[in-house]
Write a protein that binds this ligand. Structure first.
Ligand SMILES: [Zn+2]
Length: 450
């Protein structure tokens, strides 16, 4: 696209990760987790069963009216799905409750924690998670004994990928109200995605005992126990940037090879983005059957990232080039999660992971000329995980083309800055406009004509 002004400058360095022109000198801070997958994807996600119930329930409704909405429980498959729809549905009752007139025009000036919490709930609905975190945090400071305000702050922090903050806020909510199920559901998910299976199970077991609705956690709990039992038999290789878990001693050479390839991706992708995850990332190597059991992903999925890289070691992955491609792809998802939290649109996440595959994946867009209908970018914000194989191919190709265009026009630094903005809580369209120097709708329209 010609005639566009220069992209906005890079965002400042964020405390959660490192940028460096000379990465080998850097090694600090925490990497956050999130989920997504090769083929299935998405960085965006929320504990599905999860239930952003009503953050104001203690004040506006009694416990019975606002009980948790756990129709069915997460499962990894759901954990990979986008959350736009669920979060809307789950928050809807909250908004109805909040339809009562707001008393303070400026809740901060008025020191009104209820009005602040309303602002926070509305911000979550609009996916302005940075503002939501701020509003709920201020409200919680005014009313430190209110578990629902801690919970609201925890949800916002979770969506921003600020896992340490989210954990603290959920734990605060549970300390204030041990029978409050939603923060337990989200905290359990947070532990799970960080690879802390034992803690996740412990949180859910306690919640099941304490809350009348806790029995609805049973299925998820059973999945986690099964995974824990399987994983207890796994072997481990620890390296500086990656830890590999694998089932059979005979797979150790392959596991070592996988870690070496990941390490190569670490430097290659890091050099391209100027970003290097400071904390080790775990890769779990499964048989195809174990992978299917644990992730419940579509048969066409080659691997997954949900805080850990999960790879089935089927025949294809014994081909060095395919293993390289898959590991690199999933590693990019880990970096995107670290930079952008859980609100990065699927097309951006998948497109970047595809474009940064070794050798540039020149064939990534090969399906596009043969596609009868190309999806609009706005339809590719949610995870691709539920798509058919054919639709997924077209979605990945469209995502790759969009990201390649952005890189050609604005450079990789603008994309990294955009991701960082999302990690700080910016809305996608406004962050896109600022960093890419054009309106998102205009970019999508031009791409459609491409
Ligand atoms: Zn992917």
């Amino acid at each position: 696209m010609d005639g566009l002004s220069a992209p906005a400058p890079n965002a400042p360095v964020h405390g959660r990760w490192q940028h460096s022109a000379d990465p080998r000198r850097r090694n600090t801070h925490a990497i956050d987790r999130q989920d997504c997958a090769r083929e299935p994807q998405q960085s965006s996600d929320l504990p599905p069963a999860a239930t952003f119930v009503d953050p104001l329930k203690d004040k506006l409704h009694d416990r019975g009216e606002t009980s948790v909405i756990c129709r069915h429980l997460p499962g990894v498959l759901l954990a990979h799905q986008g959350f736009a729809l669920p979060i809307r549905l789950l928050i809807a009752p909250t908004l109805l409750m909040l339809a009562v007139p707001v008393t303070a025009a400026d809740p901060r000036a008025a020191g009104d924690p209820i009005a602040l919490a309303r602002d926070g709930a509305a911000a979550i609905e609009d996916r302005r998670f940075g503002e939501a975190l701020e509003a709920f945090s201020e409200a919680a400071a005014m009313r430190p004994g209110d578990a629902s305000l801690c919970f609201g702050a925890g949800v916002a922090a979770f969506m921003l990928g600020q896992n340490d903050v989210a954990r603290t806020r959920f734990e605060c909510a549970l300390a204030l109200d041990p029978g409050y199920l939603p923060p337990a559901v989200w905290l359990g998910e947070l532990h799970y995605r960080a690879g802390r299976l034992h803690d996740a199970i412990s949180i859910y077991e306690t919640a099941r005992r304490r809350s009348p609705s806790g029995r609805e956690l049973q299925r998820r709990l059973a999945d986690w126990r099964k995974e824990q039992e399987l994983q207890s038999r796994f072997h481990e290789i620890r390296m500086t940037h990656f830890t590999a878990l694998f089932a059979a001693p005979a797979d150790e050479p392959l596991a070592r090879h996988a870690v070496e390839r990941l390490d190569a991706a670490y430097w290659r992708v890091g050099d391209a983005l100027g970003v290097y995850p400071p904390q080790p990332i775990t890769v779990v190597l499964y048989t195809r059957e174990q992978f299917g059991d644990i992730t419940r992903m579509a048969a066409w999925s080659a691997a997954a990232y949900d805080g850990r890289i999960r790879v089935p070691l089927g025949g294809a992955l014994k081909q060095p080039e395919e293993l390289d491609r898959v590991l690199s792809h999933e590693f990019v998802h880990a970096v995107v999660a670290m930079l952008g939290g859980r609100t990065v649109p699927a097309w951006l996440n998948e497109g970047l992971a595809t474009v940064l595959e070794p050798e540039g994946r020149g064939d990534a867009e090969a399906t596009l000329p043969h596609a009868n209908v190309r999806p609009e970018l706005s339809t590719l914000h949610r995870s691709f995980v539920g798509l058919s194989r054919r639709d997924a191919e077209i979605a990945y190709a469209s995502a790759a083309r969009a990201v390649r265009r952005l890189i050609e026009q604005r450079g990789m630094a603008a994309l990294v800055a955009l991701l960082e903005d999302l990690g700080r809580g910016a809305q996608f369209a406004s962050a896109f406009h600022q960093r890419i120097a054009m309106r998102y709708e205009d970019f999508a329209a031009r791409l459609a004509r491409d």
